[in-house]
Design a protein. Sequence first.
Length: 69
Amino acid sequence: MSTYLQTADFKDKNTYIFATNGGWLGHTLKDYEKKVKNAQIKGELNIHFNGTKLVTPIKDIENFAKNIK
């Protein structure tokens, strides 16, 4: 994924970044932001799980998805 993000042309592309995790996300979203050079980052979302339970409110996920254009 990292190689693709660094080599793909994101110039003037609307980009929405999200990641799923079952623990600590760390700086993953910021790392992706740096790799998609020239992209127009329109939103980001951390989708967090605790085991099999979704911790991120489903409304946050729905709102994120609705705003993708």
